[in-house]
Design a protein around this ligand. Structure first.
Ligand code: SF4
Length: 333
């Protein structure tokens, strides 16, 4: 099926099966925007009631801008993700200041909390801008229909799907096309058990033809961020402290560090350990370190574990240390 064939089939389907929603058929940018913000993280059945209530209390963007944040948040109660309401309130004030809704994608994008998807949805539905609104539904439908296995959560995936959606969107019916894609993804080509049997584009669906419906779209597994807990003990004894060079095969190879305890009880150094800081966070790629810093000032020189040496505190700055250790040093000097 040509691109045009897919778009036409989808628009025909939308004419028959598009969902009846209270904000459908309106061209009021404000009402459309409110519906899009509500639906970002909310199911449509719940969102519908909130939209009606919201529009009744704040029928215009001016009414929303003039409200107090407390009142907006109260009306939002139960929907969660309150930053959406706060951003919307702030954006309403931006719009009123600006003298009305911006009518370009860039203008819409400049509103607080408005990303590419919302800008495209509002721009196409309210102002007829020929822009595709690409969300999870669109990724899924396109990945399956065109048999694209580029992971959707990568930059390359985003670019691929956005470019394809943009090719498909008809310049004179962007609003209907975007709504059709949303509805089709939400009710027909669903994540689990899609209705391939009576699908309007089944004949040309690549995933169906090749038996990959349940394998598309592809998501790249993100490497899990591991958490590690470090306890660093700065030992001070007669102007000396204990350091070691970090071994190979781990982070910070070759840099120096004070006595490190990881996944083991704190050692007995013959004196109390003074806690200087706890849970100091240090973020590395794929790793988060949480460190506790201690100071120990024993009267007798303790025996050090293998690998550690005594270094004069005067000469500490001759030793390259990780930034996390620098923080500890700054607390004891
Ligand atoms: S045939 Fe199935 S997988 Fe393909 S577009 Fe239609 S509903 Fe989606």
């Amino acid at each position: 099926m040509s691109e045009r064939g897919f778009t036409a089939a989808l628009l025909r389907w939308f004419g028959l099966y598009g969902r009846e929603l209270p904000w459908r058929g309106i061209d009021d940018a404000y009402g459309i925007w409110v519906s899009e913000v509500i639906l970002q993280q909310t199911r449509i059945e719940q969102g519908r009631d909130y939209w009606l209530r919201f529009m009744e209390r704040f029928p215009t963007v001016e009414a929303l801008a003039a409200a107090s944040e407390d009142e907006v948040l109260r009306l939002w109660q139960g929907l969660g993700y309150y930053s959406r309401a706060r951003n919307m309130h702030a954006a309403a004030r931006q719009i009123v200041e600006h003298g009305g809704f911006p009518r370009t994608i860039e203008g819409l994008r400049s509103l607080k909390g408005v990303g590419d998807y919302t800008a495209a949805a509002v721009g196409s539905m309210a102002f007829g801008l020929p822009v595709a609104a690409v969300d999870g539904n669109v990724y899924r439908v396109l990945a399956r229909h065109y048999g694209i296995d580029v992971p959707i959560n990568t930059t390359r995936g985003k670019r691929t799907f956005e470019a394809l959606a943009q090719e498909l969107v008809p310049a004179d019916a962007a609003s209907a096309f975007n709504q059709a894609m949303m509805d089709f993804g939400a009710t027909w080509c669903t994540p689990r058990s899609p209705r391939c049997i009576d699908c309007p584009v089944a004949e040309t669906c690549e995933a169906l033809r090749t038996g990959r419906v349940d394998q598309l779209p592809v998501k790249e597994k993100k490497l899990q961020v591991k958490e590690r807990h470090f306890s660093y003990i700065y030992i001070r004894h007669e102007g000396m402290t204990a350091l070691r060079r970090r071994p190979a095969g781990d982070i910070w190879q070759g840099l120096w560090e004070p006595l490190l305890v990881e996944d083991a009880p704190l050692p007995d150094l013959g004196c109390p350990l003074m806690l200087l800081a706890s849970g100091v966070k240090h973020v590395l790629t794929h790793r988060i370190l949480l460190a506790d810093f201690y100071l120990a000032e024993p009267e007798a020189r303790p025996e050090l574990p293998p690998g550690y040496i005594w270094v004069s505190e005067q000469e500490l700055d001759r030793h390259g240390v990780p930034r996390l250790v620098e923080k500890l040093f700054s607390m004891v000097h």
